[in-house]
Design a protein around this ligand. Sequence first.
Ligand code: GCB
Length: 599
Amino acid sequence: MLYPRVGRSRSVLSLDGLWTFCLDDGTHDERLDEDFIRANGEVMSVPASYNDQKDDIRYREHYGWAYYERSVTIPACYAGQRLFLRFDAVTHAAVVYINGKEVCRHKGGFLPFTVELEGIAEAGDSFTLSVAVDNRVSHSTLPVGNEDGTAFFGSDNAGVPSVEAAKRWRKKRNLPNFDFFNYAGLNRSVRLCSTPKDYIEDITLVPSVDGKDGLVRYSVSTVGEGQVGIEILSREGEVVARGEGSEGEIRIADAHLWNPWPEDPYLYTARVSFAEDVYCEPFGIRTVEVRGHEFLINGKPFYFKGFGKHEDSAIHGRGLDLAYDVRDMSLIRWLGANSFRTSHYPYAEEMYQLADEQGVVIIDETPAVGIGGSPVDPYTTFDIRKHHEDVIRDLIARDKNHPSVVMWSMANEPDTEHFPESARDYWVSLYHYTHSLDPQDRPVTFVCCQNNYEVDLATREMDVVCINRYYGWYNLSGDMEAAVYALNLELDFWQKIDKPLIMTEYGADTLPGHHLTVPEMFSEEFQVMYYDLIDQAFDKRPFVVGEHPWNFADFNTIQGVYRADGNRKGLLTRDRKPKLAAHYFRKRWHDIPNFGYKK
Ligand code: GCB
């Protein structure tokens, strides 16, 4: 899906700003009740999550539907154009209404969808745009939520004798099977877009390298009558190659490759024209390949230095915050990092654009976090397979041309231990499905939970073994000698599998400003010692091709006994101030080259 860009033939009108908003009282669900919204409506900022914009617990704890509304006028000068609305992310499900009439439904909170206005509204019209938004997570959503009765209720310390008794007094609530706050709402931008009636629908670019030249295989899908032309522009805007027709291959002589910073992340632009329509898509020429236990970018063995992140900031919640994104990119460079994982959902498109421009490598993850956590086999009982396929398809459709994206992560920490055969069948078939959809055929993986790795049959089938491990924190807590021993035992196991391995999470909650001479858990000194000892184990193993400490910054979570003001495993605080560990990694990573670190 093309990003909405203004151009000679296209316009984009932002519908961000102040909307009318109200929470459902549990009686309407997705049904729009204008009287109810009129009586209860108040102001809410878009894009942003609604949870932290008001000083009222109802917004934090809401369970179910909420409504956004605003009026829209389509400028008369858009006459004769194709018009559509684009929602970049509505979390987690949306029903869109125009003048009270349903025009679209969408499931999934982290990927864009559009509403064509043909036959609904035209240039010069004014209408009321309403969006009903559902924040519920369950066994049929991604991310996954626990269902009533499968977690917490009836547990030993609930203080009530049975699940039935608990259900009688406890109101329904979200029970996320994931460790980040379930922020919801119009989290990303809403826009009114126009294109000519005959238009470019999609562009797919597949780069490769032939000696000193770059090759770009392309295909353009269009609607209406016209001829496709394509020009490749250099960074300076000069035409360096051309093609004609809706698909083909273009040679770029003496090409500049896209490389992670501090090398040059060189971007070309494909200027595609079709009838009156013109669209400019930036792209890079680079290759990605797994060979033996190496991860190659442009044929050279790459070492991932970075972290899992979150889209998370004060007040905005999970809402788009471009200033934070720019700052985070600056901090990534300050730290000497070269990569991050979009844990645990696809991020806003603007973040990938920044990564392309600044040469930061992305492991692109779907929102499939929390598949498991119940006593039954999730693969045969959760209603997620079809939705998971849809999400992978839409993720690849959105992000396929980004040079920064070098691998797809189908999920974070699914259960692979309790139902190992079932897990293997699910993940191996989804792995083939993902490969079949990606025109660039990037490596595919999922990220494995701390488990009995000898029993797990799925993780070893992936192109890259990605493991989250908390030796010394959740297990062997504080005992770093035992932790390093156990980690090395596990690394011995993976060494025999002989695939590249990335430690996609490891970390320790740390309270900034808590200093000790003898490092114990939660102190800044412990966090540094923990990373230092574990990193030494990675340095001895050529097949370990990356280290992603958890997390880039502290982030908000559901309240609970394990979380004091959220998850505190950040190298940075939530407002991006460095802990000691940030200085530790800054020193370590500036000394580790992108390529050839493991000889
Ligand atoms: C994990 C999860 C991550 C959590 C982290 C933690 O394994 O993947 O979402 O935040 O552990 O800190 O517990």
